[in-house]
Write a protein that binds this ligand. Structure first.
Ligand code: CO
Length: 423
């Protein structure tokens, strides 16, 4: 397995939820000598300094201040969340007085079918009350074993299922947790994993995740599959390129935001002030004025990095007739006339120039004109911090499945492009 793919898969494995993705990045930035800033403390920022700040434990912005006079800002933005199922309050439901299943609801728009008949577990955060001080604090949890399965209904009991089936999450998709002897043990298990008593857990954000580890496959080992490639493949590549870039004349910003899959409209999402607050606070702490910030912003560039659809070998008619991205074909620039993607002639040209300097191939994505496409965080973020932006992504198949597929070469292409952006 080539090293970048190995690093990517281990990054994803350590990051079963958005909270863990932020913790994984935090660890990496501390290892690389970055200083953590807290939003509720005064910031002290130095020329040549490297910092990061988190919001809600699920969004992270890392930035560096150039040693030389600042010319502008370079940003790469991606997202930390992926579609999955969230555990509801009062999670246990009895069935037949014999089984215990868990009550779940959808987070984001996922493909439902691939969640069936595979080992799953839960991870997330709990908010606990410290028994000595009474203070509330978050603790990350991950039940690191095969814990749950959502069993399919046998073909004999629904002969028509292969002609198409409309999944009802409340009825069809509740995961089996145990037999009745395990009643009332789920929250105990969670508390135990957090190292506290069950009574100390006052709140939780717990999600299902696929236990199947990422792998490399194909005739020439050219493909990889894993959960959460959308968008941890971009978050990982952005982080790596950011750390390796020279970051000489520009404020460099690696930005990974939560809640893209549910429209970004949260305090830590792309529609929030998190990016604006971070950049302006860094400016004010450096002694710059609001006008300096606006001057810098006018000479800035953002890459909004969120995975893209490759042409599917079984559904070749679903793609535009000529803009047809393939796995391992390079970074995909996304276009949309209605500006669901921010790319325009200028930002496309700037990004193509970056990729040429980085020596990496570029492909183009545009929806078929008779199909509505997805959306992403670039145009939403631009309503808070307005700057030249290009929407790009790495080509993948099975987007929003708990086991997605990508090409082994493309991660490195984005790392190289990010390195040039940040140099
Ligand atoms: Co995405």
């Amino acid at each position: 397995m080539d090293t970048i793919t190995g690093q990517l898969l281990s990054f994803i494995e350590k990051s079963p939820t958005c909270f863990h993705a932020v913790a994984t990045m935090k660890e990496e930035f501390l290892k690389n000598g970055f200083t953590e800033l807290k939003e509720n403390e005064k910031w002290s920022i130095q020329q040549g300094g490297q910092y990061f700040v988190t919001r809600n434990g699920s969004s992270l912005i890392a930035f560096t201040i150039p040693k030389e006079k600042m010319k502008g800002i370079r940003i790469m933005a991606s997202h930390s969340d992926s579609p999955c199922f969230k555990i509801k309050e009062n999670p246990e439901i009895e069935a037949e007085g014999y089984y215990i299943k868990l009550n779940i609801e959808k987070y984001g728009g996922m493909l439902c079918a691939p969640w069936f008949d595979r080992p799953l577990s839960v991870a997330g955060r709990v908010i606990v009350r410290d028994e000595k001080t009474g203070a509330l604090r978050p603790i990350l949890i991950n039940i690191d074993r095969d814990l749950l399965v959502i069993p399919s209904l046998a073909i004999h009991m629904n002969r028509d299922v292969n002609d198409g089936y409309k999944y009802n999450v409340q009825k069809d998709m509740l995961p089996l947790y145990g037999e009745i002897a395990s009643k009332d043990s789920f929250m105990k298990l969670i508390a135990e994993n957090a190292g506290v008593r069950e009574e100390a857990v006052l709140g939780h954000d717990i999600f299902l995740y696929n236990r199947q580890k990422g792998c490399v496959w194909g005739a020439a080992e050219e493909f990889l599959s894993s959960g959460r490639l959308d968008d941890l493949q971009c978050a990982f590549s952005s982080m790596k390129g950011f750390l390796e870039g020279k970051k000489k004349q520009y404020m460099a910003v690696h930005c990974v935001l939560d809640n893209e899959e549910v429209g970004s409209g949260t305090k830590q999402g792309a529609a929030s002030t998190f990016l604006y607050d971070t950049i302006t606070r860094a400016h004010l702490a450096m002694g710059y004025t609001k006008e300096d910030y606006l001057i810098h912003l006018a000479d800035s560039f953002m890459v909004s990095a969120d995975n893209a659809h490759a042409v599917h070998p079984n559904y070749t008619d679903k793609a535009d007739p000529v803009n047809r991205p393939y796995l391992n074909g390079g970074i995909v620039v996304k276009f949309n006339a209605n500006q669901k993607y921010c790319t325009d002639g200028i930002s496309a040209a700037v990004f193509r120039d970056i990729c040429e300097k980085a020596g990496v191939p570029v492909q183009t994505f545009v929806n078929r004109s008779d199909m509505a496409g997805g959306s992403t965080l670039g145009n939403i973020s631009n309503t808070q911090v307005a700057l030249n932006t290009v929407d790009i992504g790495l080509p993948q198949l099975a987007m929003h499945s708990p086991y997605e597929t990508a090409g082994v070469k493309d991660t490195e292409y984005l790392v190289k492009a990010a390195r040039v952006l940040f140099s």
